[in-house]
Design a protein around this ligand. Structure first.
Ligand SMILES: NC(=O)c1ccc[n+]([C@@H]2O[C@H](COP(=O)([O-])OP(=O)(O)OC[C@H]3O[C@@H](n4cnc5c(N)ncnc54)[C@H](OP(=O)(O)O)[C@@H]3O)[C@@H](O)[C@H]2O)c1
Length: 291
């Protein structure tokens, strides 16, 4: 079997890519490769100084802009400041199994940062995107359930389950967006991607036994973990509404391929409910209608 690597990323000259969380982990790896292939990368990051220090180490065009996904005013300001066409939007930023907390708008931190922020960002940028939206989910989405109590107000908080809910929301959103894009006759496709288990800051930060068990043993390098994102973002022939992940055992490591995700991630009723609840919570009227 042919193993696809970063060396297979096509020439990206003339393309503009927006990546959230571009300064760290998988976002940083993807940024290096895409900028190295000639893309203009807009690095959407919450700490501009740290992101600028990172951008200085990248060979290629990386433009840092401020984006805090945990504050909808910041998401709206970022989107309003985008005055160029975008080929690919990559929603990579995320928090992983953090302690109980709220975003600036009062949302539980995982659902707010990992789903509601990207939900608003993607919908606000959608008219400018010409090719793809890639949303980064996790193999742990299988542990998630989209609860009517999305914000963890009426149940005992469990950080891994809060993370899993938000990562299931990423997959549900990616597929629902694809359905809506297709219904609107747009050529843009929406694809989910997940890295398996990769040794990034986000992953290393959790040293608990529970975290180690859930991570499932030895992690692959961030460069390997970024391959599914790069594949989803650049390879011709990727189908909208699919998920790209590693081809190894239990999708934990390996080279990018189309992978299966949970039944819940594909459930159209769950998707419609999540979409309307996301609109209600954020006050956004998304531009695309349901099928
Ligand atoms: N690593 C894995 O094994 C693994 C497995 C499955 C899925 N994932 C997913 O992969 C994605 C990237 O994670 P990673 O492993 O690369 O972790 P990481 O190294 O911690 O990177 C996360 C990035 O998200 C940014 N971020 C966090 N909160 C933000 C906010 N409020 N606004 C804007 N940016 C914010 C971080 O910014 P700062 O640098 O300022 O904190 C950082 O750039 C996440 O969506 C994660 O769920 C990772």
């Amino acid at each position: 079997m042919v193993q696809w690597t970063a060396a297979d990323v096509a020439d990206q000259r003339g393309r503009t890519v927006v990546i959230t969380g571009a300064n760290s982990g998988l976002g940083a790896e993807a940024t290096r490769v895409l900028a190295g292939r000639g893309a203009r990368v807009i690095a959407a990051c919450r700490d501009v100084d740290r992101a600028s220090a990172f951008a200085d180490t990248v060979a290629g065009e990386v433009e840092v802009r401020h984006l805090d996904l945990a504050e909808l005013a910041s998401v709206r300001a970022f989107a309003a400041g985008i005055d160029t066409d975008i080929d690919v939007l990559i929603n990579s930023a995320g928090v992983m199994a953090v302690a109980r907390g709220r975003t600036a708008d009062g949302f539980e931190r995982h659902i707010g940062t990992n789903h509601l922020g990207p939900f608003v960002l993607t919908n606000l940028l959608l008219d400018r995107v010409s090719a793809r939206v890639v949303t980064v989910t996790s193999g742990l989405h299988v542990l998630g359930r989209i609860s009517p109590d999305l914000n963890w107000e009426r149940r005992r908080y469990q950080r891994w389950l809060a993370y899993a809910q938000s990562k299931l929301a990423n997959a549900v959103f990616a597929y629902e967006l694809q359905r809506r894009l297709a219904a609107a006759g747009r050529n843009v496709i929406s694809v989910a991607a997940h890295p398996g288990v990769a040794a990034t800051e986000g992953q290393r930060r959790d040293t608990s036994l529970q975290g180690k068990i859930l991570a499932g043993g030895r992690a692959q390098s961030p460069a390997m973990g970024a391959l599914p994102i790069l594949f989803a973002a650049t390879t011709p022939g990727v189908r909208g509404g699919t998920c790209i992940g590693p081809d190894g055992r239990f999708q934990r490591n390996g080279f990018p391929t189309e992978v299966r995700t949970s039944r819940a991630s594909r459930d159209a009723t769950i998707a419609l409910n999540l979409w309307s609840e996301s609109e209600r919570l954020t006050g956004l009227r998304a531009p695309l209608d349901a099928l």
